[in-house]
Write a protein that binds this ligand. Structure first.
Ligand code: ATP
Length: 447
């Protein structure tokens, strides 16, 4: 399978099975936007929930906020985004297509039509709109280009309301908007994206230790969501390539089918943001250490994780094709913890009320372990298994006549009454288990 081919298959499966749809598809789409469908939304929520657990809730030094997307434009003036959040743009003089100059090998001729490319210029990526009825520049506001802004703006509110001791951090998940010159590669480069960000505030002399801790945490998170360790690579960003606010940045790159590209970023933002906002807002953002009486502006470590790039990395690393029972099949080897459906229960035949009733009973029992236990009685059992394989459901449980205790179907070990078949997604192997044993299997897999 070529890498191009693999991407096409992932995009096709994502649509076919309700993970990701092109945005506004019935109107021909809108570049750089995608919508999450019934399976995708749960996969995304499972990733976000796990992130909240690991980056916020399991720690005593982390707090949450959910800030507005629209902010006072002075915010982006102080942060340097109005002046500097831009990418180098070149336009073809012949076909008028626009490209990011730093993504081209040859910045003289158009990669599409071979025409002459014009002069490079800086293109600001923030989406601009107007708040209220006035449409002049006095009413201009921006859609936030990173969720970090809402965290910095609330740093003082968090200190004044809950009085955390340094070091502490604020975590937030939310939408960010970037008017990317060339959105591409499915959900990799979007104009509307979701980010999971932490701003961790430390005493300046402690930044290196905190940087190391969050670096480690990002690797642990990669493992928790099932990304193979050998597909993640750290890239130390050179001084000349770092964002305007950063003194050290490590990109966590992933081997996507279209190449090794940035999945997440970890940056040491120094006191750049708080100092800039202190100056811009004329509000003291100093921290007072009650014990030493030292007053200073904390420095910041920022682990920033794009949700959509994470979803794509998961889909790409989980996609599998194999032969099972002499037939080709496709499945997603998702970690059970993040799989949208944990198990599917089905009656062998849907026109046998006694099988259906028993299967409903088993499903109700398994739902006590986890609510994401699906029901499927459509088509033959083989088809049902294939559908669940493509969704990445780790287990399928079938209720048959043995379960009902049919005396003609007892095995050498005695009656199989109240036992079910549990099929494993990755191997297709089946086991005969009691309902309690099946429940224990599911519980063990997702814990
Ligand atoms: P790139 O160099 O690929 O444009 P970046 O360095 O500008 O990315 P950051 O500003 O560090 O990205 O943003 C933090 C995280 O947000 C990224 O690591 C990525 O996961 C995600 N992200 C950034 N831009 C996009 C985008 N256009 N589409 C989807 N996710 C994005």
């Amino acid at each position: 399978m070529t890498d191009q081919n693999l991407m096409e298959k992932i995009v096709s499966l994502a649509k076919r099975r309700g993970f990701v749809f092109p945005g506004s598809e019935i109107y021909g789409g809108l570049a750089g936007t995608f919508d999450y469908g019934p399976m995708g939304v749960v996969l995304k929520e499972n990733i976000e929930r796990l992130w909240l657990q690991m980056f916020r809730d399991d720690r005593d030094d982390m707090y949450g906020v959910d800030a507005a997307i629209l902010m006072n434009p002075k915010m982006w003036e102080s942060s340097g985004h109005i002046a500097g959040f831009s990418d180098p743009l070149v336009e073809c003089e012949k076909c008028k297509k626009r490209f990011r100059a730093d993504h081209l090998d040859d910045t003289k001729s158009c990669p599409e039509c071979g025409g002459k490319l014009g002069e490079e210029r800086q293109f600001n990526m923030m989406f601009k709109t107007h708040a209220g009825a006035m449409e002049d520049d006095s009413a201009a506001v921006y859609l936030r280009p990173e969720t970090a802004g809402g965290i910095f703006a609330n740093y003082k509110n968090v200190i004044d309301s809950i009085h955390p001791k340094l070091p502490f951090g604020i975590a937030q998940i939310g939408k960010a908007f970037r008017n990317e010159i060339a959105p591409r590669d499915f959900i990799f480069r979007l104009r509307e994206l979701s980010q999971m960000e932490v701003e961790y505030f430390v005493h300046p002399r402690e930044w290196e230790q905190a940087f190391k801790e969050w670096q480690e945490m990002m690797h642990l998170f990669a493992i928790a969501i099932g990304l193979p360790s050998d597909s993640i690579h750290e890239l130390e960003i050179a001084d000349t390539d770092r964002a305007h606010y950063s003194k050290r940045t490590i990109d966590f790159e992933f081997d996507y089918p279209f190449g090794r590209k940035e999945l997440w970023g970890l940056a040491y933002r120094t006191d750049f943001d708080l100092s800039a906002h202190q100056k811009g807002s004329n509000t003291s953002l100093e921290y007072l250490d009650e014990e030493t009486k030292e007053k200073f502006i904390p420095h910041v470590i920022e682990p920033s994780l794009g949700v959509d790039r994470t979803v794509l990395a998961i889909l790409a690393s989980a996609y599998r094709e194999d032969e099972l029972g002499g037939e080709g099949r496709t499945y997603l080897a998702l970690a059970p913890k993040i799989a949208p459906v944990k198990a599917m229960v089905s009656p062998l035949l849907k026109n046998k009320p006694e099988l259906v009733a028993k299967a409903r009973e088993v499903r109700a029992e398994l739902k006590k372990v986890h609510p994401a236990i699906a029901w499927d009685d459509n088509g033959n059992i083989g088809k049902r298994y294939r559908r669940q394989d493509e969704i990445g459901t780790p287990f399928c449980i079938t209720i048959d006549f043995y379960t009902l205790g049919d005396p003609t179907t007892s095995s050498g070990q005695g009656t199989l009454k109240d036992t079910v078949t549990l099929r494993h997604r990755d191997t297709g192997e089946q086991e005969r288990l009691t309902v309690a044993e099946a429940a224990a299997r599911i519980r063990a897999a997702i814990e």
